[in-house]
Write a protein that binds this ligand. Structure first.
Ligand code: NDP
Length: 315
């Protein structure tokens, strides 16, 4: 067992930023960063699954997602953050000190920062692992720019899919919106936006069965679920926009969350419903979901946490 002033759970931009700030406040945080073999709990978070990041301020030439995360981690280590490359298996926040379990090992802390992130739902195709970041993407804001003048496709029929498809028409010459049913789930106003955009072609009743390409995406094998017709769409980009899932299974019945599983924080802060437990990054944000906003909220959590510890007289 080890005792800490702060335990940070998760090591994406939010967790690492909170680690940098709490480390520089002399709180010697323990960061339980996740397990490398896992796709949902990998150290570094979702940026480990991307290639080039061009929109993180301070990197005018761009930086690879994994390198950006490595640099954030080094910065946290430099100021005294300790890392445990494991996955949290259980938490008990019912009394203080809080308990954070990694299998049979219990770590205790005066405060906890939760930054376990979210994951994009994927189609479940074997080729996805190989092509993610190489033509296959889950974030139009991040990767749209790479598809200037090209023909691409978006999978999904919800608000996210239409928002992404609409945004992508700024770059792509044509965006095929692949919808698995004969109607959209998206709100009426978003539907109108898709219908009125001449660069968006809605392909109804269509699912993706396979992806073409070894090192980079060269096409998508699609099937019409009504007629059974199978064809290959010659697209260089495919955006999967079928929803996200926050990584909050650990916190069921422990922290307040919305129906869709996102943690609830007090507006304008990182406070959860449990005093001394803070949340930041995508685990509590289904709106912005950017590395920079996650980092910003990690900073908020660290400051909230430091002030809270100070008020408890434990800092
Ligand atoms: P949703 O769950 O609303 O929509 C998911 C879409 O993906 C549905 O059309 C669904 O089809 C489809 N889908 C799911 N699985 C598959 C699959 N395996 N293959 C093909 N298609 C699939 O998720 P969103 O991310 O779009 O939205 C989440 C929430 O965020 C919603 O409440 C939405 O309103 C909100 N939001 C609001 C925005 C705005 O107002 N500007 C922007 C973005 C999101 P089916 O309909 O058949 O289930």
């Amino acid at each position: 067992m080890s005792h800490h002033k702060v335990i940070v759970i998760g090591s994406g931009p939010a967790g690492l930023t909170s680690a940098i700030y709490t480390a520089r406040a002399n709180l010697a945080p323990l960061v339980i960063e996740g397990e490398p073999s896992s796709t949902s709990d990998q150290p570094g978070g979702q940026l480990m699954l991307t290639t080039e990041v061009e929109n993180f301020p301070g990197f005018p030439e761009g930086i690879m997602g994994p390198e950006l995360m490595q640099r954030m981690r080094e910065q946290a280590v430099r100021f005294g953050a300790e890392f445990l490359t494991e996955k949290v298996t259980k938490v008990d926040f019912s009394s203080r000190p809080f308990q954070v379990w990694v299998r049979e090992h219990c770590h205790t802390a005066e405060s906890v920062i939760v930054s376990t992130g979210a994951q994009s739902l994927m189609l479940g195709l074997e080729a996805e692992g190989r092509l993610l970041g190489h033509g296959l993407s889950t974030c139009a804001t991040c990767d749209g720019f790479f598809f200037r003048g090209q023909e691409i496709a978006v999978v999904g029929g919800g608000d996210s899919a239409i928002e992404e498809a609409t945004f992508l028409t700024k770059f792509a010459t044509k965006v095929s919106l692949l919808v698995r049913r004969d109607e959209l789930r998206a709100s009426k106003i978003m539907q109108e936006r898709a219908f009125n955009n001449e660069r968006i072609e809605i392909v109804w009743n269509t699912v993706v069965d396979d992806l073409v390409g070894t090192d980079k995406l060269e096409g998508a094998v699609v099937r019409n679920v009504k007629t059974g017709e199978v064809r290959t769409l010659d697209v260089t980009g495919l955006f999967v926009a079928i929803g996200h899932r926050p990584n909050t299974d650990l916190f069921k019945d422990v922290l307040d969350m919305e129906d869709n599983g996102y943690l609830i924080t007090r507006p304008g802060s990182s406070y959860t419903n449990v005093d001394g437990v803070f949340a930041c990054g995508d685990v509590q944000d289904h709106t912005y979901r950017q590395a920079i906003t996650a980092a910003g909220s990690g900073c908020m959590a660290a400051i909230d946490c430091e002030r809270w510890l100070e008020a408890q007289g434990t800092h």
